[in-house]
Design a protein around this ligand. Structure first.
Ligand code: ZN
Length: 280
């Protein structure tokens, strides 16, 4: 068992360029393992290629980020390349499906019934179709989900609750990242057997601190969301998986628990969901 697992990283981001190997080795030298997520098919292929370069400690998740979902899904499956995702998912380094989910935070806004509103509704519908496909794929392949949700909690709960009823006996549902909902929302995710990952931004203020204080430790894991959401004291720089020990100390401090305990439990929780890492 590694010391910590970064359950949400984007190591294929351009910002790392030729320093990527240094960034990854810095994390591995701290005994931090990591999952790098794809945002679309090309980025998912890059995630797998990055994971392949390291004999252990680096894993991939493949998905289509809701903000990358095209308005027009066209005459169905082809532009989504779902069959290609399913094929890539069989790779031994692919431990989850994601990034996937719903994001209604940045949709066009305008007057009621106007063009922008219609466009926004179509974008929402496309995101829901794609998310539904990934839910199905998760059940089919028995791979956990790495979820993104912004300003779309009710829609996501509606879909997850329906899906939940058809996935009995599947004990590896997934992890919600970048949580920005209420404590009530968090409890609904826990009720659906999802874990929530905590980021470095808890060190920036009250954000996520209610979740971090109140959640049972058995429901939390850690993430860097690199290159975004940098932990203190590096908040002016890009984030890295190697900064996860600082996320750990923020979480342990907020919860008034020993860092060793939080490290051990969050790593165990991550391995319980990301079963392909545990078997690797
Ligand atoms: Zn992400």
């Amino acid at each position: 068992m590694p010391y910590l697992i970064d359950t949400h990283a984007h190591l294929d981001a351009d910002i790392y360029a030729n320093e990527l190997d240094i960034v990854i080795k810095a994390a591995l030298s701290e005994d931090v393992w990591m999952v790098t997520l794809g945002s679309d098919y090309a980025s998912s292929v890059r995630a797998v290629e990055i994971a392949e370069r390291y004999p252990t400690g680096v894993f991939a998740a493949i998905g289509l980020h809701p903000n990358r979902v095209p308005l027009d899904l066209g005459s169905a499956e082809k532009p989504l390349q779902l069959e290609k995702f399913a094929e890539l998912a069989m790779h031994p380094k692919v431990v989850a499906l994601g990034e996937t989910g719903l994001d209604f935070s940045d949709l066009p806004q305008g007057s009621r019934g106007g063009q922008e509103e219609q466009l926004a509704e179509r974008l929402k519908a496309s995101q829901k179709v794609v998310f539904g496909k990934f839910l199905d794929l998760s059940r089919e392949l028995r791979l956990p989900l790495l979820l993104h949700c912004r300003d779309a909690y009710e829609d996501m709960f509606g879909m997850l609750e329906t899906w939940d009823k058809t996935t009995r006996g599947f004990d590896s549902r997934g992890i919600l990242h970048g949580f920005s909902g209420s404590w009530k929302d968090a409890k609904r995710f826990f009720g659906l057997d999802f874990l929530i990952s905590v980021t470095g931004i808890i060190a920036h203020g009250a954000y996520q601190s209610e979740l971090t204080r109140k959640a049972p430790l058995s429901r939390l894991v850690l993430e860097s969301d690199c290159p975004h959401l940098t932990a203190m004291p590096w908040n002016l720089r890009r984030s890295e998986p190697g900064y996860l020990p600082s996320v750990l100390s923020s979480v342990a401090g907020t919860r008034r628990e020993a860092p060793e305990l939080v490290a051990q439990e969050t790593t165990r929780n991550a391995l319980n969901v990301l079963k392909k890492i545990a078997r690797s």
